[in-house]
Every structure is written in structure tokens, then in C-alpha cells.
Design a binder for this molecule. Structure first.
Ligand code: ZN
Length: 636
């Protein structure tokens, strides 16, 4: 993936954009180092090279942003083709630059110039081999893997997919169990069933059904790993996993150890949440859920068991009402989408940031148009990589959208803060930071904030807090081990530590170790269960989501302290704090120009990531979970 495809950030992060095809074309890659007629390149040449890179990436990035916006806000064959074309042009240019950059490996350069060269080399998620035949094969395989996932459907009774129109008729729990009325399910339909059904037999069928889409990918995936590793080695990396880890400003092994350290900081909270949910699911499902072993992966409300929000009704405490209903307030006041975005902007101006440019209000898309198809998934854009900030959202009068607006604007203000950096530095400090900022801002949308902006008369007492914190934990804490293990598996696969002969075993070993979940039935090597998660066949790195989930709480704690908030962290909002705004901006304006520990230090005063902020934030929940679990087994 190229520099996070400059300028586009998605809400929720977990759904990658399909236009982000990481396949780089092959034929025009120049040979690596030392090809320029035997003469050693000079520092002047290196500078001219970087000038050209920055200019070209700006030009192609703006073309791509413009075409991407046109497509996302008006889906038709013309905009789709133009979007694909500009995307491909951008990726090809970066692929070529990345290989050319190796020519200057031994040239003496300033720290900033050297960093730009290094970033260029790790900009791609996959490097195509120089050999045109191998390159072509790799490009075909990546497209095929992505296509196999995209077409993935499960038809109960072993049937073939029906006509396309029948595939969206799934109604989840309400659907009658008769196979006749049970059409083929795509991933959206599967997701709905997993979220809504409480019938363990049906959940197991659907879970096993979805995992039938991936065994055909297994052979392709093994070949993909071989070919991508050849490309990575040509750029000087041990394997593709090492290339991915090289983005993080530390030796690959040190980064792996750092992730384990963070996980161990937060693990006790996860273990408590796991034990509590297991206890409640056992009340619901009986012996199918063990008293002290791993939880069945098909009963957690999500096909990958990666977030458990949808089982909240099964595990909710007796009094889980938050004490106010923001959605009802927005509706009662008939607050328009523009007014909701104005509120979001005021949050940032209250921190000391300049208002959004007039073009933001002219060009953004706030409501779903009636006359054309659009991509409604919320996203934040920086179309000219400078000041042409926009959001694209189909805003409803809901509490969720109100928070999402703050999240998206977090991306926009980050983008504007680093706009004066060289193009190669116009990005977040590492790929976890952008989402973490959006989410950290979202954590400031508290009842106290709603009181201060006049949407709520008075903040509710703490009696509903446990319900809110539990709901949040089912999303953000349950996710952590999953966010970690996807790349643990892939790094081992890329390095050869895990071979095709034990792909599935290694996958389930990791899921047991980190998540404490087990499959509903034995999963031998005839299956390829990692392939049933989009990011594996789609080849999108995943560690960024783990990092974002850790960092957002660290940001929130630091900024809340700067804002002078002394109450419980989950009730702190940084609204109207110029001191918090200054700390925030000190980090944002650095972009990617310095190693991320320095950016982190600019905001928090420490270069280290720290998951104890999560423990602080959820301290009341931890206490409550301990009470519920007194005398009950924990762990697996
Ligand atoms: Zn986002």
C-alpha cells in the first residue's frame, strides 16, 4: 500500500478500500543498485531524485485524490475506470521510485533526505520481482486472491450461488431455518447472521460455511508468499514481513518484542473480559461454552470473533442505560448534518486550531444524494494534499454519527497540520497514529462535553457508566489480541517459520494463545482459515489497528491531563483546552518527518507507547468485572 494512499482515511479502519490494489506493475522496474554505467551516484543526484519524487507523487497523488473523490461521490463506470487508472499510475510510480532509491544507499545525505529515501523503500506492501515472468505471475495471483474473497459466498446445503438478486435476502435471526428459504450468503449477510442469530446450530453452520470460501486460496497464497519475498529481497529486506516491520523505525525483532510488551500490559483486562463474557455465554448456551477453556469462535457475534459488541444484550449488566439519549436529542432538535459538522469543527477551534477552509463546506458530502450511487462509508480527504480538506459521510441524526464526525475531522486536522512537510512526510507518524487521533478525539465526546455545548442539560451520574464501558470494551478490548495475531501469523509465514504444511495449525495456535478462542470443529490443513479474513487475501497489513487501539487511549490520557481533567478518564473531554490543543498540534505538524517515538514524545513527553492508559480508562470496569468474577475461573 502506498503511503496509506495519501489523503484518504476511513472511519472504523477495519474495512480497507478496495481501490487500494497493492499490485505493482512489473515491466518498468529498473535494476537495483549500481546500474548507472558504473559511476557512483552523487548527493546532488540524490537530491534531484528526491525533488522529482516529491513533485511526481504530489501530482499523481492529487490526480488520484480527485479521481477517487469523483468515484466515491458518484459511482459509475466512467469514474470507476478513472479511479482505477490514477490509482495504478500512482502505485507504479512509487514502485519504480522505491527500486531506484536503492541506487543512493551509500550516498552521504542529510537526515531528512535519508529518511525520505528509506520511507520510499518501505512505502509498498508488496514488491514485485524484477523478473517480468515472476512479476506477472504475482500480479495475477494477488488479483485472483482478492477476487476470490470478493466473490466469496456460502450456500447452505452445498448449493451453488443463486442469481445475484437472491443473495441479499438474508434476514439473519428472523430468517426461517428451511434451506429452501436460505439463499447464498455474502460477507455482509454472514456478518448480519453472526450478529443477530442466537441459534448455536445456525451460527455454527454459517461460521463453517463462510470458512469454505478460503481453501481454494491456499495454493495461491503459498505461491504469493514465495514471489513477494523475492521482490522484498531485491529491495534488501529479509522477507516481506521484515519489509512491513521496517516501517516502524526500529529493528524488526525489537518491534515484535515491543508489541508483546504492550499486549502484556493490557492482557489482564482482556482476560477478565474474556472470563466474564464466557460466564454469561455459558448461562445462555450451556455446555457448548466451557467453564474454563477457550470460547467457541462462532458464539461471539462476529465471524472472526474480532469484536463482540453484538453480544452486548447477552452480557449487559442489569442497569445499562447511559442516562441520556443523544440520538433522541439530535432528532428532537432536528439538528441538520451541517450543524452537526459545525459542532465538530467548534470542538477543534476550541482547542486553538484555525477554522476549516470555505472549500470544506462547499465540497464535502454530508448527506446521501438521491440521484446517484455513492460510497457511504465515512472518510476524510485531503484532495490536493494541502488545504482541500473534505469529509464524505451520509450523516444521520444519531449519536454514532455525531461521534464519527469528530473522528473524521481528527483526520482532516492532522492532514492540515502536516501540509507544509515534504510530500513524503505528509502522513501520520506511523500508520497507527492517524486512526488513533480520530478515535482519541471521539473519546472526548462525553456527557460533560455535550453539556458544555448545550446538547444536554446535565451530565448523568455514574450509574450507567459500567454499561457504557462494557460496550466499549467489547469493541476495543476484545479487538486487541485479534489485531495483534493477524500479522504474527503473516510474519511467521513470510519468514518461513510457518510453512504451508502448518498454515492452519499455526493460525489456530495463535488464536488460542492470544484470543482464547477455539473453532467449533477440528480445523485441519484441508482448510485455510486465515483466508476467510479479508486482509489476508487482500494483503493489507494489520498491526496498525492494534497500535491505533493502544495509542488512542494514551493520547486521550495525555491530552486530558493537559486539559486539567481530574475526574475518571472516560468522563474527560479536552474540549476548550488550548493547552491540550498545543500538545496535540506539536505532534500533528511533524507528520512523518521524524521517527514516531519523537512524535509521540512531542505530545506525551515520552517516546514509549504505553498501554497502561487503557487500564486507567477502564479501571471502573475492571473493578466491576473483578466483583462479577469473584471465585469464578479466568483464563483458558
Ligand atoms: Zn478513521
Amino acid at each position: 500500500m502506498v503511503m496509506n494512499r495519501i489523503g484518504l482515511w476511513l472511519a472504523g479502519g477495519l474495512i480497507a478500500v478496495s481501490v487500494f490494489v497493492a499490485a505493482c506493475s512489473s515491466s518498468d522496474s529498473t535494476s537495483p543498485s549500481g546500474s548507472a554505467g558504473g559511476t557512483a551516484p552523487t548527493a546532488d543526484e540524490a537530491r534531484r531524485f528526491l525533488d522529482n519524487v516529491n513533485q511526481t507523487m504530489l501530482r499523481l497523488g492529487v490526480e488520484q485524490g480527485t479521481a477517487g473523490w469523483a468515484y466515491s461521490t458518484n459511482i459509475n463506470p466512467t469514474t470507476e475506470a478513472e479511479n482505477a487508472r490514477t490509482n495504478q499510475a500512482y502505485i507504479e510510480a512509487v514502485a519504480k521510485f522505491a527500486k531506484d532509491a536503492t541506487r543512493f544507499d551509500k550516498v552521504q545525505l542529510s537526515a531528512s533526505e535519508r529518511r525520505q529515501m528509506d520511507l520510499l523503500k518501505v512505502a509498498l506492501v508488496m514488491v514485485t520481482p524484477a523478473d517480468p515472468k515472476q512479476a506477472e505471475e504475482l500480479t495475477k495471483i494477488t488479483a485472483s486472491l482478492e477476487g476470490q474473497y470478493g466473490r466469496g459466498k456460502w450456500c447452505s446445503g452445498g448449493g451453488k450461488p443463486l442469481a445475484p438478486s437472491a443473495t441479499t435476502a438474508e434476514a439473519g435471526a428472523a430468517a426461517p431455518p428451511s434451506p429452501k428459504a436460505d439463499p447464498c450468503l455474502d460477507v455482509e449477510a454472514i456478518t448480519r447472521v453472526m450478529a443477530e442469530s442466537r441459534d448455536p446450530k445456525r451460527l455454527r453452520d454459517v461460521w463453517e460455511g463462510w470458512h469454505t470460501i478460503s481453501p481454494p486460496m491456499r495454493k495461491d497464497y503459498a505461491r504469493f508468499v514465495e514471489l513477494a519475498n523475492i521482490g522484498a529481497r531485491e529491495l534488501g529486506f529479509a522477507d516481506t514481513g521484515a519489509l512491513w516491520r521496517a516501517k516502524y523505525d526500529m529493528p524488526p525483532d525489537a518491534f515484535t518484542a515491543e508489541l508483546d510488551r504492550l499486549w502484556n500490559q493490557v492482557r489482564p483486562l482482556y482476560v477478565s473480559l474474556h472470563a466474564y463474557v464466557r460466564m454469561k455465554l455459558r448461562e445462555k448456551y450451556g455446555e457448548q461454552v466451557p467453564a474454563n477453556g477457550p470460547m467457541p469462535a462462532h458464539l461471539l457475534g462476529n465471524i472472526w470473533a474480532q469484536e463482540w459488541n453484538t453480544v452486548f444484550p447477552l452480557v449487559a449488566p442489569a442497569s445499562s442505560s447511559p442516562g441520556y439519549d443523544l440520538t433522541a436529542i439530535l432528532k428532537k432538535r432536528n439538528m441538520s448534518p451541517v450543524d452537526m459538522v459545525r459542532s465538530g469543527e467548534r470542538f477543534f477551534t476550541s482547542l486553538g486550531f484555525a477554522p476549516l477552509p470555505a472549500t470544506f463546506w462547499e465540497r464535502s458530502l454530508f448527506t446521501k444524494p438521491a440521484d446517484r450511487e455513492v460510497v457511504c462509508h465515512a472518510s476524510a480527504w485531503d484532495v490536493d494534499l494541502k488545504e482541500d480538506l473534505r469529509i464524505k459521510m451520509c450523516i444521520d441524526q444519531t449519536a454514532e454519527d455525531f461521534t464519527t464526525i469528530h473522528h473524521e475531522l481528527g483526520h482532516n486536522f492532522y492532514q492540515r497540520a502536516y501540509m507544509n512537510q515534504p510530500v513524503l512526510f505528509r502522513d501520520s507518524a506511523n500508520d497507527g497514529f492517524h486512526e488513533a487521533i480520530g478515535d482519541a478525539i471521539g473519546l472526548s465526546v462525553t456527557p460533560e462535553y455535550l453539556v458544555r455545548i448545550g446538547l444536554l442539560d446535565k451530565a448523568p451520574d455514574a450509574s450507567g457508566d459500567i454499561g457504557l464501558l462494557l460496550q466499549q470494551a467489547l469493541g476495543k478490548i476484545a479487538f486487541l489480541p485479534f489485531g495483534l495475531l493477524i500479522d504474527q501469523w503473516r510474519w511467521q509465514v513470510f519468514s518461513g517459520q510457518v510453512t504451508p504444511a502448518n498454515y492452519n495449525k499455526a493460525w489456530w495456535d495463535l488464536r488460542l494463545k492470544y484470543q482464547g478462542v477455539a473453532p467449533p470443529s477440528p480445523r485441519g490443513e484441508e482448510f485455510f482459515d486465515p483466508g476467510a479474513k479479508y486482509h489476508v487475501p487482500g494483503n493489507y497489513p494489520y498491526t496498525r489497528y492494534f497500535l491505533a487501539h493502544i495509542l488512542q487511549f494514551q493520547f486521550h490520557r495525555t491530552l486530558s491531563q493537559a486539559a486539567g481533567c481530574t475526574g475518571p478518564l472516560h468522563r474527560c473531554s479536552i474540549y476548550e483546552s488550548k493547552a491540550a490543543g498545543q500538545k496535540l498540534n506539536a505532534m500533528l505538524e511533524m507528520g512523518l518527518s521524524r521517527p514516531w517515538p519523537e512524535a509521540l514524545q512531542a505530545m506525551t513527553g515520552s517516546p514509549d507507547m504505553d498501554a497502561t492508559a487503557i487500564r486507567d480508562y477502564f479501571a471502573p470496569l475492571q473493578q466491576w468485572l473483578d466483583q462479577q468474577l469473584a471465585g469464578k475461573p479466568t483464563g483458558w
